[in-house]
Design a protein around this ligand. Structure first.
Ligand SMILES: [Zn+2]
Length: 147
């Protein structure tokens, strides 16, 4: 095997690795996952902002001035800011609820799609027209259709 042959072989190998990676990266699942993670991070930022800037002040207003985010107890000189934990829990609950609703809506849409696909029509084997699934005779070409 001379040098040129070796070089070409190496090139071919690099290419196939790249092709493999491309196949891996562009697989539907990976892209979905990546998009989901980015959206999730952005969504989390929104919910955190809403909890910090709307929910907490609302609690403050309802409880005449308690700042939820700054609620703390001092035990033996150590300050425990449990208000921040409450904020995080509220954020988590809101995110889970919204995620649950989204997943539920998606599942419903998915099911609907499948039901619609679950055929009300079939294709006539003779003229290839779309006809009713129950039809025994094609309305287009009048062929008798065997079950
Ligand atoms: Zn037909």
């Amino acid at each position: 095997m001379d040098k040129k042959e070796l070089k070409e072989k190496a090139k071919g190998k690099a290419k196939s690795t790249f092709a493999e990676f491309k196949e891996f990266a562009l697989k539907g699942n990976i892209m979905d996952l990546a998009i989901g993670m980015v959206m999730g991070a952005a969504f989390t930022a929104i919910v955190t902002a809403v909890v910090d800037n709307v929910f907490s002040p609302l609690i403050g207003a309802l409880t005449s001035g308690i700042n939820l985010a700054e609620l703390s107890v001092t035990v033996g000189g150590v300050e425990f800011v449990y208000g921040a934990v409450i904020n995080a829990i509220v954020s988590f609950l809101i995110i889970s609820l919204v995620m649950f609703l989204i997943v539920k809506a998606l599942a419903k849409a998915n099911r609907k799609d499948k039901e619609e696909v679950a055929a009300t029509t079939k294709t006539c084997p003779y003229c290839k027209s779309e006809i009713d699934i129950e039809a025994t005779r094609c309305p287009h070409c009048t062929s008798q259709i065997e079950e």
